[in-house]
Design a protein around this ligand. Structure first.
Ligand SMILES: Nc1nc2c(ncn2[C@@H]2O[C@H](COP(=O)(O)OP(=O)(O)O)[C@@H](O)[C@H]2O)c(=O)[nH]1
Ligand SMILES: [Mg+2]
Length: 320
């Protein structure tokens, strides 16, 4: 037992010292939801909050991976160590897009100041953002100055991912239609920085103007969302993007609801809580629980009410 405890403490210590092997090992534990992961995540918590977590989101094909690759290079020029987690919920099994991302970022694989991790999609709710949150925390603990989260998808997954980041970059490609429709559906609201990538394409300027006009409808706040143009391949506009990210990150100390660390901690708590409730309920063979299940089954009680009753019951149990 002592041996195991020491091993865990040693892993946390090596991780905090920036050991890449320890970081990779910790990520495997955390992604597998191994029992040792919980203690590790607890041990690192007081050391978190140094990294700036930057989320890159937007429709597939917009050029996120290409841009992230250029962004890594720019951050390296600025002397920052960079961690990257690439997430692609749209390829649950094949991992094809993830493989593509890895190839695109291959130029950085020999650089010890860069750590790239692909996250496999998980089926259950909050699973993907939960593992992204944990991986970001581990990179933060290991001393990476900047952590980039690349995510694709629409709607809820983007909003969930957004809460994990300190700075949210929404990337789109020139042209109207689906992209802008998707943005209306919620991406636009979460953006701290908007990027029209593929600035070499004809419609780029027009799209930039359209997005600028859509932003004009937003309520004024202390941060004005810039609409930038980039060319991910030639890396034009990437330094300006890096400047905007750094300006936004500098405001982060003001804290509040959009602070990425508190978003990641909230996600950790929510997932642990869900697990706890599930475990308790599945093993509870009491007549009270059976009664709730029965009235749900017969349609007497709504699912919402059944949830509320179950929570109340579990709360009473935990007090005795
Ligand atoms: N013309 C042009 N193509 C780009 C640019 N950036 C990326 N691409 C291409 O767009 C395609 C999708 O890029 P990728 O980075 O995989 O997009 P993601 O799905 O958003 O990660 C690839 O073929 C890239 O080479 C750009 O600035 N201009
Ligand atoms: Mg990609």
């Amino acid at each position: 037992m002592d041996g195991i405890l020491n091993e865990k403490a040693a892993l946390a210590a090596r991780l905090l010292a920036g050991d890449r092997v320890a970081l990779a090992r910790a990520m495997s534990l955390v992604e597998a939801e191994a029992p040792a992961a919980r203690a590790l995540l607890e041990a690192i918590r007081p050391h978190l909050g140094r990294a700036v977590v930057v989320g890159f989101t937007g429709p597939p094909g917009a050029g996120k991976s290409t841009l992230v690759n250029g962004f890594i290079a720019e951050m390296r020029v600025r002397g920052k160590a960079v961690g990257v987690a690439a997430v692609d919920p749209s390829s649950p099994v094949s991992g094809g897009a993830i493989l593509g991302d890895r190839i695109r970022m291959a130029e950085h694989t020999l650089d010890k100041g860069v750590f790239i991790r692909s996250l496999a999609s998980r089926g259950h709710l909050g699973g993907l953002s939960a593992s992204a949150a944990r991986v970001a925390d581990l990179m933060d603990a290991a001393g990476y100055d900047v952590v980039l989260l690349e995510t694709v998808g629409a709607g809820q997954s983007e909003v969930e991912m957004a809460e994990l980041a300190d700075v949210r970059v929404v990337v789109c490609a020139p042209g109207l239609g689906d992209d802008v429709q998707a943005m209306k559906a919620g991406i636009l609201e979460i953006a701290d920085i908007l990027v029209v990538n593929k600035s070499d394409l004809p419609l780029a300027q027009r799209t930039q103007q359209q997005l600028q006009a859509m932003l004009g409808l937003r309520a004024p706040s202390d941060w004005t969302v810039p609409v930038l143009a980039t060319n991910g391949i030639d890396r034009i506009g990437v330094p300006a993007l890096a400047d905007a990210v750094e300006r936004k990150a500098a405001l982060r100390s003001s804290g509040g609801a959009r602070d990425g660390l508190s978003g990641r901690t909230r996600r950790l708590l929510a997932q642990s809580l869900a697990r706890l409730v599930e475990k308790r309920l599945m093993s509870d063979r009491s007549p009270e629980v059976a009664a709730i299940i029965n009235s749900l089954q017969t349609g007497e009680t709504s699912l919402q009410n059944a949830c509320a009753q179950t929570l109340e019951l579990l709360r009473e149990r935990s007090q005795t």
